[in-house]
Design a protein around this ligand. Structure first.
Ligand SMILES: Cc1cc2nc3c(=O)[nH]c(=O)nc-3n(C[C@H](O)[C@H](O)[C@H](O)COP(=O)(O)OP(=O)(O)OC[C@H]3O[C@@H](n4cnc5c(N)ncnc54)[C@H](O)[C@@H]3O)c2cc1C
Length: 407
């Protein structure tokens, strides 16, 4: 078995691993990334891609810790998306430059003041009824527009992967990484196994676990406590058929009742991803019940919607996060350091740049290795980008119920 030496071995190629790989390469550090499935499998490909400004976490009118963490982020992402800052994300598709916020209760009417008062970089702008999208015409509450961008997560993964192709390798789905220990039970190296049984030993100054949900299993394999990670499930709804592109949160008190983002299927049809409170409460529901509930929510909150031609489906996904005392969403990203193993959770996609910067800072504490020779891995396959949930899904149901019937 051949051995290679690198500064960092990154295990897991979602947004976190790929962003970090790009950053390390630009600092001339030798790093490789290994992926056991398709890039972004798990959270990144399933995400809605909203580059939160923190407003969503300030719906009570308070600057929460989560909002404080997020408020600098949209400007940073914007620079990357314009190609003015590394990583160059000019190849990432922006689904929308802004987001609607609407609601029927008093919270919604206060949104306009909050962005500015809380020091957020984006402030909701009131939308006059004749400028509101047709879907929201007839809404009794206020409608706002927020300059929060929405990106296509599949194209983000492809963009980051393309720039670093020669450092990304596919490993076996089940036996891809084998941690080898020294006499003191410290990880000495990791043996990588490809799908066809080839093996290469990697001796790394730093091993970064950026495997999302897979971090727990990797931690066990590395002799570490897996309970540092919590998972919070979601049951997301997808709907397509005669729908316009739309991006928005319906606000109800301090919660987002539904969060809608639009994507396009491989055939070019608009498909809505629906998250928010609906997807949290949907966890305990069967697919058919959640779809029925989603339809009712849309009809109740969007007076101008037509669902007669709609086809529905759902998908389940776990958010993998650092453990909190209460099991609630952590306020920020976290890095768990155990010797030279760094376990990384961004908590939100929008926080990936901060997480990657922090990981890079730690990795920079060791001297730069001579450029890694990855020759032994040169002919290993490269992982594709994961398929979006709507392009993977076979089961779609039509509930041809007219608005009048539903009412
Ligand atoms: C439905 C949903 C919607 C979301 N919407 C938003 C949003 O709008 N805005 C926002 O800011 N955040 C959002 N998030 C959160 C965001 O998606 C995640 O915080 C972020 O994508 C996590 O990225 P990651 O790279 O750490 O993990 P992941 O994307 O889960 O990637 C982990 C990678 O590691 C690989 N892997 C797993 N095990 C192994 C192993 N043993 N060996 C090698 N590779 C392995 C996986 O195949 C995968 O490619 C959303 C999350 C979900 C679930």
């Amino acid at each position: 078995m051949e051995t290679i030496r690198v500064n960092a071995l990154i295990i897991g190629g979602g947004a976190t691993g790929l962003w970090l790989l790009d950053q390390l390469r630009h600092q001339h550090r030798s790093a490789i990334l290994v992926e056991s499935h398709a890039l972004g499998t798990g959270q990144t490909i399933a995400a809605q891609g909203i580059l939160h400004s923190g407003l969503k976490y300030s719906l009570q009118g308070l600057l929460t810790a989560s909002a404080r963490q997020a408020r600098e982020m949209p400007a940073l992402w914007r620079k990357c998306l314009e190609g003015q800052q590394l990583p160059d994300l000019s190849g990432t598709h922006i689904r929308s430059e802004s987001f609607y916020l609407w609601g029927t209760n008093s919270t919604a009417s206060k949104l306009g003041m909050w962005g500015a008062r809380l020091g957020l970089q984006v402030t909701p702008q009131a939308v006059s009824p004749h400028n509101a999208p047709a879907l929201l015409s007839g809404c009794t509450g206020a409608v706002f527009s927020v300059a929060e961008q929405v990106i296509n997560c599949g194209s983000l993964l492809a963009n980051l992967a393309e720039a670093n192709r020669d450092r990304i390798f596919q490993i076996d789905r089940d036996q891809g990484t084998d941690f080898r220990f020294d006499a003191e039970q410290k990880v000495r190296s990791v043996v990588l196994t490809s799908g066809d049984g080839r093996q290469v030993e990697v001796v790394a100054d730093w091993i970064v676990l950026s495997a999302g949900r897979g971090n727990a299993q990797l931690r066990i394999a590395a002799g570490l406590d897996p309970r540092k990670q919590q998972t919070r499930p979601l049951h997301m709804v997808m709907v397509r058929g005669g729908l316009p592109e739309f991006h928005g949160h319906c606000v109800d008190g301090a919660k987002t009742r539904i969060s809608i983002t639009s994507a396009k299927t491989a055939e070019g049809e608009v498909v809505w991803q629906i998250g928010g409170q609906l997807a949290e409460e949907g966890v305990g529901m069967e697919r058919a019940d959640l779809i029925a509930r989603a339809r009712t929510e849309l009809l109740e909150t969007m007076p101008g919607i037509h669902l007669e031609d709609a086809w529905w489906s759902t998908y389940r996904v776990d958010r993998a996060e650092p453990t909190t005392m209460t099991g609630a969403r952590p306020d920020s990203f976290r890095i768990e350091r155990d010797g030279n193993i760094l376990t990384a959770w961004p908590t939100k996609l929008v926080l990936v740049p901060r997480l990657a910067a922090s990981l890079t800072e730690t990795i920079a504490t060791t001297p730069i290795q001579s450029p890694a020779t990855v020759k032994p891995l040169a002919d290993w396959p490269q992982p594709p980008v994961a398929k979006a949930p709507w392009d993977r899904e076979q089961f779609w149901t039509s509930l041809s119920v007219s608005k009048a019937e539903a009412a």
